[in-house]
Design a protein around this ligand. Structure first.
Ligand code: FHN
Length: 480
């Protein structure tokens, strides 16, 4: 095949539909790269202070709060099993009927300071708030929409209260924003006619205005996390997604933007047609973690995963018995697992319509907070350690400190540690505990003893390591 033919086939493939976001991108060799106007704005990770803060935060909370919290998954006496924030769609509720829920929006128990305290106690360093989900209801008094908190009995600027309260506790605020908006007459799923094109142009202008409004009303926002960007009307307008990234970065220097916003000249999403990440971090890991073998090249990019506590409920659903609900320990393990692979984890909360959290979520926040208080050193500012994973749990790393996070204590009471060539473990100490024995068993391998008293919870051992080139010659290689 000659090169022109190959390039034509590639372009046909690229223009034929949406790219699956989570596919491991194929990075084209530099001399075969396709020229792009709306591709990645840079290669590799951002290394500035704001991005470093984003990365070091590691643990965040998601807040999905909107009108959907009022019916909580039930419409006209029928309980729907699907995600509560999609109820309008499951129950085929007309937009005006759905938006009439605004008359009932009056979260009397809402206390922004109490929410911020709960997040602080949980140990989260940032909170992602749904400023507007697919339904179109805005938690801030947007002057561009009739469907905002200002037009409800509550009246006050909920988002403003939250931003202030979280910031007062030293917690960063990130804005979730759904581009797809079911309340807006100009939104189109695809563009088929001239009329659609004109409507979508008006819709883009409306969205720009809302984003500028958010960025100027709440200048301490650290991140915009876009969602509802999967329709052809958006991914076939890659120029607009690049424009939004640029506009927000000009309005708020240092702000971070997720990959989900972005599409390139050929409608390729998240990663551009040359395989480069668009936006500042990959945000395709939803309710799952990257595959360590297939995807772990993601360490070339920053990434953030987000998870629900039941199987797939983001907004408040009154009946959590309809699917498996993760235990606090399982949630904790996913947080540690994400950090061990060099990513951030965001745990979702779906507050009730009255402004309180359900008891299970309060318990979860407490459980995680208690653990983070004791062992958070192995999470914040930590990264992928680059050591072979062992069955007892996960490694994380900060500079020369390597942390063993032990979830499965072995009966032998010996924890195997395999180190890369030229690395020596000189000391092992339980975080908030005593030193434990560490014995070199064979070349590049150690046994670290369990603490004498079982901590009764996943615990952390900090390894002090040294570079030691002498170990390379200490053993004779077997000649097998
Ligand atoms: O449809 C939404 C869903 O309701 C929720 O907001 C999640 C969060 O990542 N995002 C979308 C599905 O990808």
């Amino acid at each position: 095949m000659n090169r022109i033919f190959k390039a034509t086939i590639l372009l046909l493939l690229l223009t034929s539909g949406v790219a699956v976001a989570q596919d491991r991108p194929k990075v084209l060799p530099a001399d075969q790269e396709i020229p792009l106007k709306y591709g990645a704005e840079r290669l590799g990770k951002r290394q500035d202070a704001d991005m470093k803060k984003f990365r070091d935060n590691r643990l965040g909370a998601f807040i999905h709060w909107g009108l959907y919290a009022i019916p909580g998954g039930e419409w006209n006496g029928k309980v729907y099993n699907g995600a509560a924030e999609w109820l309008k769609s499951w129950a085929k509720v007309p937009a005006d009927e759905w938006l009439a829920l605004m008359d009932q929006w009056n979260p009397e128990k809402f206390d922004a300071k109490a929410w911020a305290k709960m997040a602080k106690q949980m140990g989260v360093k940032y909170v992602k708030i749904t400023t507007k989900h697919h339904e179109g209801f805005c938690l801030w008094p947007s002057k561009y929409s009739p469907y905002t908190v200002a037009q409800t009995p509550y009246k006050k600027d909920l988002l403003g209260e939250m931003v202030k309260a979280y910031n007062d506790e030293g917690i960063d605020v990130h804005f979730y924003f759904s581009v797809m908006d079911w309340s807006h007459p100009d939104y189109r799923y695809s563009i088929k006619t001239k009329e659609d094109e004109e409507a979508m142009a008006r819709f883009f202008e409306f969205t720009d205005n809302q984003l500028k409004e958010l960025a100027t009303r709440y200048p301490t926002v650290k991140d915009f996390w876009f969602d509802g960007t999967w329709d052809a009307s958006i991914y076939k307008n890659g120029w607009w997604t690049a424009h939004v990234e640029k506009m927000l970065k000009e309005l708020i220097p240092g702000v971070t933007i997720n990959s989900r916003l972005r599409a390139d000249d050929y409608g390729k999403r998240h990663f551009d047609s040359n395989g480069h990440l668009m936006g500042d971090y990959e945000s395709g890991y939803e309710r799952r973690l990257p595959d360590p073998v297939k995807d772990l090249k993601v360490t070339r990019w920053d990434w953030e995963a987000c998870m629900t506590v039941p199987e797939n409920q983001w907004g408040y659903h009154k009946d959590w018995s309809l699917s498996y609900v993760k235990t606090p320990l399982e949630v904790l393990e996913r947080i540690v697992h994400a950090v061990s692979m060099g990513g951030n984890m965001v745990v979702n909360f779906g507050p009730q319509a009255d402004g309180d959290f359900r008891p299970e979520e309060k318990e979860l926040a407490k459980f995680i907070g208690k653990w983070m208080d004791k062992y958070g050193e192995c999470i914040y500012g930590c990264d992928y350690a680059g050591w072979d994973k062992q069955a007892w749990g996960y490694y994380t790393r900060k500079g020369d400190d390597v942390y063993m996070v032990v979830f499965n204590a072995p009966y032998s009471k010996k924890l195997t540690v395999k180190v890369p060539k030229g690395t020596k473990v000189v000391k092992a100490t339980v975080l908030n505990g005593n030193e434990v024995d560490v014995v070199e068993t064979t070349r590049n391998e150690y046994n670290v003893s369990m603490p004498s008293r079982d901590p009764g919870e996943p615990f952390v051992i900090k390894l002090q390591i040294e570079k030691d080139s002498s170990t390379i010659d200490k053993y004779r290689d077997a000649l097998t």
